[in-house]
Ligand binder design. Structure first.
Ligand SMILES: Cc1ncc(COP(=O)(O)O)c(C=O)c1O
Length: 402
């Protein structure tokens, strides 16, 4: 892939001296997404679903068309695709709607040590509420899931397992197909958090056999304010609604309310219309490059970054050492400088990286650190960007090193 050509698609990258290495937090937006949202707001804006006048029909077609393309991009269907505000809301939807209807006192839910807070907190909350147990699968020193621990937890008969596809700290790509086989053999459901996966590796929700698959638009080159939950139709149809309001009903009287079918049942209120249109443009952008090409490019940038970072004294890379086993990010620890100082000094040189616990405090504890520095890569990242990162880290070493 010609990355310099792709970089021209991102207006923000025209800023002098900017090296954006924080796509795992939020991706920059290509012109195609910005233009699609601008065009919608300028020429097609209306509410959706409720009306018959041509402008509204047009707006509805654009919004529903985006749902359809987002679904097909990951091997799902529009009827099994719920649009939410972000991945956090998608996961909370399952925890609240499915969890409240299905979890009883003494039931078990399994998560892993490498989860983002957006998985840990909703399942912790609903387990507390229902009197269910929350079991945790550990990770080994290379940041890989301990599958024998998963098996041990599965032997206790959990109702659901929630797991990230790609870790936002370690970069680990989890073997979801294999995990799905084990989870289903144990009679449980599988929820996958695909927030870091969808922007960078090929995902086929049907082939993975995930019962629920959540992701978030803004990390996949779309806007903020839009997230996605795919679910198997028969499971979604058996779930009660989570939030009540307009659009999610069939009939309302003061005596009785009947609810709409899926996906409307889970989409109360006015839809995130322009955000949905932006999401559709984002998956078109990714499809235009080809997700295999995206992965190949980011894998080679990650390999180069790991090689160059290892030249630096006192630097430890967290997670799998094989670039092929990880996504496009590198979290690291520097012996002589705190991550916040590192990120600030890098920032002064135009290099944007994330420092902190990355919303994964239990994983930080497992790694024996309070925080890490994370550089994450995207379709527009070049080897020159990696060189700028390394040069900036040399400057950190000059300031803090012995
Ligand atoms: C692995 C993972 N899951 C979930 C999320 C939550 O995404 P959002 O804040 O868009 O809901 C993130 C965002 O950082 C993430 O990295």
């Amino acid at each position: 892939m010609a990355t310099t050509a792709v970089a021209h698609d991102f207006p923000v990258l025209e800023r002098e001296g900017l090296v954006y290495l924080d796509s795992a937090a939020t991706a920059q937006k290509p012109r195609q997404v910005i233009d699609a949202m601008d065009d919608f707001l300028s020429h097609h804006n209306a509410s959706v679903h409720r009306g018959v006048y041509p402008l509204m029909v047009e707006a509805t077609e654009r919004y529903e068309g985006a749902r359809d393309r987002a679904a097909r991009f990951v091997g799902s269907t529009a009827g099994e695709t719920i649009l939410t505000g972000n991945a956090t809301q998608a996961i909370n939807l399952v925890a609240q709607a499915w969890g409240r209807a299905n979890l009883q006192q003494g039931d078990r839910v399994v998560i892993t040590e490498m989860e983002h807070h957006s998985v840990i907190v909703p399942w912790h909350m609903i387990c507390r509420e229902r009197g269910a147990h929350l079991d945790v699968v550990g990770v080994d020193d290379e940041g890989q899931l301990l599958l024998e621990e998963l098996d041990a937890h599965l032997a206790k008969g959990p109702k659901l397992v929630a797991i990230t596809h790609v870790s936002n700290v370690l970069g680990t790509i989890n073997p979801i197909e294999e995990i799905a086989r084990r989870v289903h053999a144990a009679g449980a459901l599988l929820l996958v958090d695909g927030s870091q996966a969808v922007p960078q590796i090929p995902v086929d929700v049907a082939a993975l056999d995930a019962d629920f698959y959540a992701w978030t638009g803004h990390k996949a080159y779309g806007p903020t304010g839009i997230g996605v939950l795919h679910g198997k139709r028969e499971i979604l149809e058996a779930m009660p609604p989570w939030i009540g309001g307009g659009h999610m009903i069939n009939r309302v009287s003061f005596e009785e309310i009947t609810f709409a079918g899926v996906p409307a049942r889970f989409e109360a209120g006015t839809s995130p219309i322009v955000e949905g249109v932006g999401l559709g443009a984002a998956v078109d952008f990714l499809s235009g490059i080809g997700i295999d090409a995206v992965r190949a490019h980011e894998r080679s940038v990650t390999a180069y970054a790991m090689e160059r970072l290892q030249e630096l004294p006192g630097l430890t890379i967290h997670g799998p050492q094989d670039p092929g086993a990880r996504g496009a990010l590198v979290s690291f620890h520097l012996d002589h400088a705190h991550p916040h100082d590192v990120a600030e000094i890098l920032g002064r040189q135009g290099v944007c990286v994330r420092a902190g616990h990355h919303c994964a405090q239990p994983l930080m504890k497992r790694l024996g650190i309070g925080a890490s520095t994370r550089a994450s890569f995207a379709v527009h990242t070049t080897p020159d960007d990696v060189d700028r990162l390394v040069d900036a880290l040399v400057e950190v070493h000059r300031i803090f090193g012995d």
